[in-house]
Design a protein around this ligand. Structure first.
Ligand code: HAM
Length: 457
């Protein structure tokens, strides 16, 4: 084995303290002190989506690289420079930068269109993009998202946007701003691109280097460039909605009418285009909490991608979806979650009480109560301090005298009171006084199915 300090006795490699191994830049730990808010937002998202008839789908974190190149588009920032791609045993693989391509792949691969006319899926999980890290922008980040396959109508779009706004308000983002646009079907975009390129070609030299390149690869992206010279050049660009075909226009009008009927306020942003190539017709973004996130930071992005399923080898099935960055939602949200780790701390005092405390702890947990048994045999004072830091409502003191008398001393740390109660009564007594979230009705536990021998190695 290699010795990191070099061969023994080698004077050229002095023994140094091991260097700290840190997390990869842009990838963050979420420690238990913060996890309560994550759980709350994730649970609210599941509830909101299930209320809308969506079911959870889980797709792999790793997908074949060609999936993303084909679905997201070669001339996008994500594919050009942000993907974590590598080859493993000759297979090109990529850590998923987003969830839509994987969901559409799974939809096609499992022939889901044969099983139901409309499919509503939601997902939560980590995504990976090699972007420059900043507040709200990470290299591993989590998205909550949803995809609806099989409904081409604008009612589906409006319902999704409305449901999202209700979810955002529920998690403490009070006034989210919805921005919408329609980039029409492929025919509309082809006509629009032609007009845009014609307008920008004469001023090409004034554009940023990125936009000069995009003029031939992906001219629509110039519309949302942050570069001042690009912004000036597109200031008077025609609105894409002026180029819509009759069918596109009917869809666009329908979307706005439905949003009005649902009471969802929105702003039409004719320059809204998105960084992924698969979109057509409806595009939307939701922003908010500008004081916490800054003006440029988008909470939610989504839109229609009616061509993707066919492009991945499936039938012509329309689709729409969105994704929100969970870290951004958590920065934006006013939600606070009390961190109360257990309800009870059982403190055995002295060696003899430890075993009785372990048994008592087991019985208290069986009654559905969260309980920590601190068997380090420290002082009562230290135990009470620990009970406080765990947010425990009760501390149970169990010393020699209590053991002999078959009782415990129960301290109510909120009411600052104490009482002696019979040890056997403690589980029931405490369960009645703390909110036990869910205790299964007393039914015999079914025996675990016998696992076939040798199936796990
Ligand atoms: P997106 O706009 O690339 O769309 O990402 C959606 C959201 O994910 C963003 O609005 C942001 O909140 C969050 N996000 C993106 N990149 C990062 C990052 N580096 N760090 C932190 N958060 C980030 C999509 O991903 C599409 N798949 C959305 C969609 C679903 N369209 C149709 N269906």
């Amino acid at each position: 084995m290699l010795d990191p300090n070099g061969p023994p006795g080698d004077k050229r490699s002095p023994v140094t303290a091991p260097t700290l191994v840190r997390a990869v830049k842009g990838m963050n730990d979420v420690l238990p002190a913060d996890i309560g808010r994550w759980h709350r937002v994730e649970a609210a998202f599941r509830t909101a989506m299930e209320r809308l008839g969506y079911r959870e789908v889980r797709t792999p974190y790793l997908e074949p690289t060609p999936l993303f190149v084909r679905a997201i588009g070669e001339a996008t920032d994500v594919v050009e420079k942000e993907m974590y791609s590598f080859t493993h045993h000759d297979e090109p693989l990529t850590l998923r930068p987003e969830g839509t391509a994987g969901a559409a792949r799974a939809y096609v691969e499992h022939g889901v269109h044969n099983q139901e006319p409309v499919t509503r899926w939601y997902y939560l999980g980590p995504m990976f993009r090699g972007e420059r890290p900043a507040k709200g922008r990470y290299r591993q980040f989590s998205q909550v998202g949803a995809e609806c396959f099989g409904d081409a109508g604008p009612g589906c779009d409006a319902e999704m946007i409305n449901g999202l706004v209700e979810f955002l308000v529920e998690i403490g983002i009070p006034e989210p701003d919805v921005f919408i646009n329609s980039i029409g079907s492929a025919a509309t975009r082809a006509k629009y691109k032609e007009a845009l390129v014609m307008m920008l070609e004469p001023v090409k030299e004034t554009l940023s280097a990125d936009s000069q390149r995009r003029l031939s690869t992906n001219p629509l992206r110039i519309l949302d460039s942050k570069h001042p010279a690009d912004r000036a050049a597109v200031e008077n660009a025609p609105a894409m909605t002026d180029f819509l075909t009759d069918e596109d226009r009917a869809h666009w009008d329908g979307l706005r009418r439905h949003l009005d009927a649902l009471g969802t306020p929105y702003t039409v942003d004719p320059k809204l285009v998105r960084g992924l190539d698969y979109y057509g017709r409806t595009l939307f973004e939701i922003k908010g909490a500008y004081d916490k996130l800054g003006a440029g930071s988008t909470l939610v992005g989504g839109g229609r991608y009616d061509g993707m399923v066919a492009q991945l080898g499936g039938p012509e099935v329309p689709a729409i979806g969105f994704a929100a960055g969970l870290e951004r939602l958590l920065i934006a949200s006013d939600l606070t979650v009390p961190s109360n780790v257990v309800d009870v701390l059982i403190a055995p005092i002295g060696e003899r009480a430890v075993e009785a405390a372990l048994v008592l702890g087991r019985d208290v947990r069986r009654a559905g109560v969260r309980c920590d048994v601190d068997s380090r045999k420290t002082s009562i004072k230290a135990q009470l301090r620990r009970a406080n830091s765990l947010g425990a409502r009760f501390a149970v003191i169990l010393g020699d005298r209590e053991l002999d008398e078959g009782i415990v001393e129960l301290k109510d740390l909120e009411a600052h009171s104490q009482e002696k109660i019979a040890r056997a009564d403690l589980p029931r007594h405490i369960a009645a006084r703390v909110a036990v979230p869910h205790v299964a009705a007393a039914s015999p536990t079914p025996p675990a199915p016998a696992s076939p021998a040798g199936d796990l190695t």
